[in-house]
Every structure is written in C-alpha cells, then in structure tokens.
Design a protein around this ligand. Structure first.
Ligand code: FDA
Length: 394
C-alpha cells in the first residue's frame, strides 16, 4: 500500500453525538475520523439551533427496537441526569420546554464545544474531512484505509467503533457506512426506514390549511400521541405526526382525533338545549380554527342550526371529528426525517458494552443501531448512553 501506516488503540468512525461521547470515555490513544468539515453537525442544527439534548422522562418503552429490552442497560448506566450534570458542569444553561424536553438556553453549538472539550481532555485526536475507503480485519486488528487531504493513511487498531449514524438527511453527510461495515463482519440488519418524518398525500389536499396547527391525538399501529398537528402544503407534520410516523406503515390509515379530551357530542347536545338557533359552524369554530372547520368533511351544512340536528346526526358528526381517518401516500423520506428506524440488529450486540458478539473489538453505537427514540431528546440520550457504554468498556 502506498501511503503512511499508523497504529492506535481505538479508532472511532463518526464524530457525531455518539462518537464524540465514546471518545471522551475510551481512555488514551483514540482517533476519531469524520468526513465532514466539523464534528456534531446534527447537534448544531438540532432543536431549532438549541439542541433538545435529553428528556427528563427517559423510559425504555419510548425507544423502538426489535428487542425492546436492549436499550435498558446503557440508558440506566448513563442517565439523563448524568448528561444534565455534564452540561451544567460546563456552565451551559438550559430549560425544560415541554414534556420533559431539555434545551440549551443559548445555542446548540455549546453542546458541540462541550463534547470537543471532553474529547480533548481525554486526549482523543479528531481527523475531519477524512474519507473511509476500506475496512478489513485480520489477526485481531482492524485495518482502515483512509484518505486525508488526498493522502492515503492506513490506521491499524484492535478496536473499531462504528458511530456514523443513520441515513437521515443525506445532504448533511449521512451515509450507510456503519451498516455496510457491520454487514461485512456478519451482522444482521433490521430493515431501515425514515422516522420522525412528515406525511405526504397525493394532490396536496391540505395545502389550503398550510400553517394551521391544532392539538390532536394521532393514532396508528396501536399507539397514540397527543401533541400538536400541523397542516402543510405537502401533508401533515407537527410533533404528534412525527411521533406516529415511527409506528405507521405504508397503506395504513392514520386516525386523527381533532378534539382529544372533549366529548364533542355531549358539548353539541348541551348547546342545542341552551342555544338551539346557533349555527353548527359557529359552535365548532369556538373549538377549532375556523379555517379548519370550513375545510372539514362534516356531511352537514355548516349553517345548520343545532336545534335541527338529531342526536344521531350529532353522534355521527362527533365521531367524524374524533376519528378522522386519513391515508398518507408516504413520508417525506430521509430528506427530512430526524432519524432512521431499524439498523444494525441488536441480536449480534452485547447490551452492556455495545460490542459485537461475533467479532471482539468491534463496537456499534448511536443511531446506526436498531434503537430509535421518540421525538423529544430521546435520540440524543441514546447516543450519549450507548457512547459511554462502549467508551467505558473499551
Ligand atoms: P450522528 O448523525 O450525530 O453522527 C454521525 C457522524 O458520522 C456525522 O458526523 C457524519 O458526518 C459522520 N459520517 C457519516 N458517514 C460517514 C462516512 N462515510 N465517513 C466518515 N464519517 C461519516 N435528537 C434529539 O434527541 N433531539 C433533537 O433535538 C434532535 N433534533 C434533530 C434535528 C434534525 C434536523 C435531525 C436530522 C436530527 C435530530 N435529532 C435529534 C436526532 C439526532 O441528531 C440523532 O439521533 C443523533 O445525532 C445520532 O447520533 P449519532 O452519533 O449516532 O449520529
């Protein structure tokens, strides 16, 4: 091979959330390689530039995986409180926004700077703008051929950590490298799909409502989320929709309750007694944005008086608004998905250390693994916890 050869104790591929965290805990003589210009780019853009770095209510059932128990060990050994302590130790101020979601008061780049500082303290070297060309393994050592500034460098290491994340947002440099290398060494894959992603519909039916947001309960695949739903030009978005996208499958309906927690039939019947000459649309507009009321397929004239509606018609109308069935054509895909569902099967990994069961010295962490969290800081917590689990085990 032309070019230099180097040895190190630990080679980490990917300087994202998980890779940097692992480097900070992996002891001396660590090299972290990334093809991007800067580390932690997804951290930088996350949470609208404020990084929703963890959640106060981390619980294993808020993570999807073929093995729902797999995440428990790492999450319980490096918790949200451990990360909060780290953030606070670095003087980064934070706040809880909603549903236990913790954000930086100032900016997400503070988290990137914190992780860089932790890596530097641990003595890890960071090689940016470095391309991975080939990974091989023989005699207990990994050989990774890299391209640094047009020069070929072969790094030889007994430990290789795959931390290159999932496929979401290819424009930001997401690749399937971790999957390819894991597969090369005999690991099984769980089919990947975009998750935490908006739904699309043929013919853009919701374009007239673009920008309208309502609290809703959105259900699919036996799960429901009560959060905001946002109508967009292309379809549906907002936290409740992003959450349910992880549970939805092509061809299935999504059920939207536009008035969760309100018994619409009871409300309309009571109003009919009290103010029977009130128009249906007036009453509904007190409960929902009027633009949405004008759009809904009510099957009743909007101007009809409440007094003219029988119990049966009120029940049917309430049912339509509590159980509005919609069939998305698809999702916006990896272009905008926050995460990738599926990935490297946990079957071949040790849950305490994230090390391969087939190939000692090979670790896989973060989003590349078949563990996907809910929206709200869960995915970063998995990156921190799995990174620390591997780092400490190395
Ligand atoms: P991550 O993607 O962070 O890092 C992978 C690294 O590997 C990158 O630096 C990449 O450049 C590098 N890489 C990839 N392929 C490579 C190759 N072939 N060669 C070399 N390097 C390579 N989560 C959360 O909990 N709270 C939030 O607020 C948000 N917000 C958010 C917003 C947006 C827009 C997105 C896209 C995602 C989020 N997330 C989130 C999800 C979160 O960003 C994600 O789960 C973690 O970053 C995953 O961490 P990893 O370290 O596994 O991958």
């Amino acid at each position: 091979m032309a070019g230099r050869q180097m040895q190190c104790r630990v080679l980490i591929l990917g300087a994202g959330a998980a890779g940097m965290m692992a480097a900070a805990h992996a002891g001396p003589d660590v090299i972290v390689v990334d093809h991007a210009k800067s580390p932690g780019e997804k951290i930088r853009i996350s949470g609208g530039g404020r990084c929703n770095f963890t959640n106060l209510e981390i619980e294993p059932h808020k993570f999807l995986s073929q093995n729902p128990h797999f995440c428990k060990s790492a999450l319980s050994r490096y918790t949200q409180w451990d990360f909060v302590e780290l953030v606070s130790r670095h003087g980064i101020s934070w706040h809880e926004k909603t549903l236990g979601q913790l954000f930086c008061d100032e900016k997400a780049t503070q988290i990137v700077a914190m992780l860089r500082a932790e890596m530097e303290k641990a003595g890890a070297r960071l090689w940016l703008q470095t391309q991975v060309q080939e990974v091989t393994h023989a005699d207990g050592r990994f050989r990774v051929r890299l391209d640094r500034d047009g020069q070929t460098v072969e790094v030889v290491s007994p430990v290789l950590v795959l931390a290159t994340g999932g496929k979401s947002i290819p424009k930001m440099g997401a690749t399937g490298l971790a999957y390819d290398v894991a597969r090369q060494f005999g690991h099984q894959m769980v089919e990947t799909r975009p998750a935490l992603v908006p739904f699309t519909f043929d013919g853009q039916p919701f374009a007239p409502l673009a920008g309208v947001s309502v609290p809703a309960r959105v259900s699919a695949g036996g799960t429901s989320f009560d959060e905001a739903l946002l109508f967009t030009h292309r379809g549906l978005s907002g936290p409740s929709v992003l959450q349910i996208s992880s549970y939805w499958r092509e061809g299935e309906n999504v059920c939207v309750d536009l008035l969760p927690g309100t018994d619409l039939a009871a409300v309309l019947k009571a109003k009919r007694q009290e103010a029977g000459r009130r128009a249906l649309s007036t009453e509904l507009s007190a409960l929902l944005p009027s633009k949405l009321v004008g759009f809904l397929p009510l099957e009743e004239p909007a101007s009809i008086n409440l007094a003219d509606l029988s119990d049966k018609r009120i029940d049917a109308l309430a049912d339509r608004l509590h159980r509005w069935l919609l069939k998305p054509t698809g999702t916006e895909g990896y272009r905008t998905a926050e995460v990738t569902l599926g990935g490297i099967s946990t079957e071949g990994l040790d849950s305490k250390t994230l090390m391969s069961k087939h190939l000692p010295g090979l670790y896989t962490i973060g989003e590349a693994v078949d563990v996907t969290g809910w929206l709200g800081g869960y995915n970063f917590q998995w990156a921190w916890s799995s990174g620390v689990a591997a780092g400490q085990a190395i």
